[in-house]
Design a protein around this ligand. Sequence first.
Ligand code: C2E
Ligand code: MG
Ligand code: MG
Ligand code: MG
Length: 291
Amino acid sequence: YSKDRGRNTYNFYTHQMNHDMNRRLRVEEQLRSALKRKELEVYFQPFVDIRSRKIIGAEALLRWNSDLLGQVTPDEFIPIAEQTGLIVSIGQFVIENAFTAAKKWQLEFNPHFKIAINVSPKQFRENTFVDMLKIQLDIHQINATSVELEITEGVLLSGDPIIDSNLSWINDIGVSISMDDFGTGYSSLSYLRSYPFNTLKVDKSFIHDITVDPGDLELVGAAIAMGHGLNLTVVAEGVETEEQYHLLNALKCDYGQGYLFSKPLPRAAFEELLKTQAKNKRPNKKPLLRR
Ligand code: C2E
Ligand code: MG
Ligand code: MG
Ligand code: MG
């Protein structure tokens, strides 16, 4: 009996592993030509000032609509892009597109519009990364202070010395560094002490239950207070409801991001959002004009 069961379990695993392996190979194969085939697109999700609910910037989020595989999520293809090194060219594509859009929005809507870009470990370890970033800032005439690079603990884990030098170069040119998914790693606290972060993004898994779980509410409050104590801007990720929003406002969280404000949008749709916000400003000014 146990022998049979053992064999079935074995069959199950090999079957599942084969399936996963095939999928991975197919994704990798398609990803290799995705840029050339123009299947990748940068979407933008706004982050808002919690008090005014005004959009002050956007996070660039990559989308892949593959001819062969359909929509593939970043959680599936980003790790494969990392492992294959494709992330280096894909990452540059994201920066180029994000800077192009951000420049236009800075000129048309808000000179201080912020653009946040996710950078993965392999990308960050490239010794050409900082040079590429400087060149792109220059080409697009983007002010370094309006750019924020989002990194996770994974970037810092390797202990590679190039990471330290890249971080200090980035810091020197005035680009901000944000700790993404704060609270989900093992050593977020010690990294906060050792590296020059400007922003803390509290992971959406902590925000999700703040209205029902007093423990989560306590943790988010503590993260915000600690961030402020360290002079960091605190962003709440994954804000989905008005109730969550009101709690975050009461806790003096600086910025918010989530479906309550908007899901990630293609560039043109995001621009419509900015237009709507600009139009809605006018009614406030009317009483003054009437005098
Ligand atoms: P992230 O940087 O933590 O991005 C936030 C994720 O939360 C995004 O998932 C976003 O769509 C999602 N999100 C936003 N608001 C809400 C909400 O209210 N509720 C919920 N449940 N989710 C929300 P997405 O776009 O699928 O990206 C997943 C991850 O893939 C990102 O997590 C980031 O780590 C990575 N990623 C995405 N684009 C890029 C990129 O251009 N470069 C690199 N290196 N990584 C990227
Ligand atoms: Mg992010
Ligand atoms: Mg995040
Ligand atoms: Mg994440």
